[in-house]
Design a protein around this ligand. Structure first.
Ligand SMILES: [Zn+2]
Length: 274
């Protein structure tokens, strides 16, 4: 494959350039533009430089829906794509939305990854932007593909919506406008602390059941696990449940408020596993 150079696609000169040693690169971060696949690298560069006020287009490389690779900041320049991780990572942006990335795109991104590993002499950590920040980027499909090891042989991986969430969906048990939240949150904030009953079951039973659904989806939640480490699935809302709910909301691209309302509840049953 070849990389379309900045001069070939008519890039504007960067306002400033900060070099990064190849030995500092340890990570490969995939993004999506979350906009029309027809957007050009020039348009993205203009947006980053004029609207965002950055020195240049933020990514090290961009890949369009035809699988064409465009040089952004390139291999050895500091990007602006994943706050806190720009020095250690090469950032690649797919120009398009979730589920727009076909086999040509996957092949191009994989080629860039292999090339980055070759140039750095190490196996770079494969990361989606959402693994580093509270964002839905790079969309479920690319994220699943990254987690699967970026396979390019054979048929493309089935997009995640075709994978049903395990177990039957359980409707949100609280009245409209209510949510599972802190005990000091007022009447609509159901904590499990006051032992209220909804649809025939105790509030803590419901909250524990929702956490159990996350466990079925592969989340490490329970005594001694990453989440709910100390209290386990006791169904009483506290800092540990808040942390788990926030992490799940972030993973799903939902508003991250740590409160378990109907949207977050349903996402555990309806949304694809990521
Ligand atoms: Zn991103």
């Amino acid at each position: 494959m070849k990389i379309i150079s900045r001069s070939q696609w008519g890039a504007r000169p960067a306002h400033s350039v900060q070099k990064v040693a190849v030995s500092d690169r340890r990570r490969f971060v995939v993004h999506y533009s979350a906009a029309s696949p027809d957007q050009t690298p020039k348009a993205i560069q203009a947006y980053h430089m004029h609207t965002r006020g950055w020195a240049d287009v933020g990514y090290n490389f961009l890949v369009n829906a035809d699988g064409e690779i465009f040089e952004g900041r390139g291999w050895d320049v500091l990007g602006a794509h994943a706050s806190g991780y720009n020095t250690e990572s090469i950032g690649v942006c797919f120009i398009g939305r979730d589920r727009d990335a076909g086999p040509k795109v996957l092949a191009a991104v994989r080629w860039l990854y292999d090339e980055a590993c070759r140039r750095t002499g190490r196996t770079l950590t494969r990361t989606g932007h959402r693994d580093l920040a509270a964002t839905a980027c790079p969309g479920d499909e690319l994220h699943v593909w990254l987690r699967a090891g970026m396979p390019v042989d054979g048929p493309p991986p089935s997009p995640s919506p075709s994978r049903p969430a395990p177990g039957p969906a359980v409707p949100f048990p609280l009245p409209s406008g209510y949510y599972f939240g802190p005990k000091a949150g007022g009447d609509r904030s159901v904590s499990g602390y006051y032992r209220r009953t909804f649809k025939g079951k105790a509030d803590r039973t419901w909250l524990a059941q929702w956490a159990g659904q996350l466990v079925r989806r592969g989340w490490p939640a329970g005594k001694g696990q990453r989440y709910l480490r100390r209290s386990g699935r006791d169904g009483i809302y506290g800092p540990e449940y808040q942390e788990l709910i926030k992490a799940f909301q972030k993973d799903q691209g939902l508003r991250v408020d740590g409160l378990l309302g109907v949207q977050t509840w349903d996402a555990a049953y309806r949304n694809p596993i990521t």
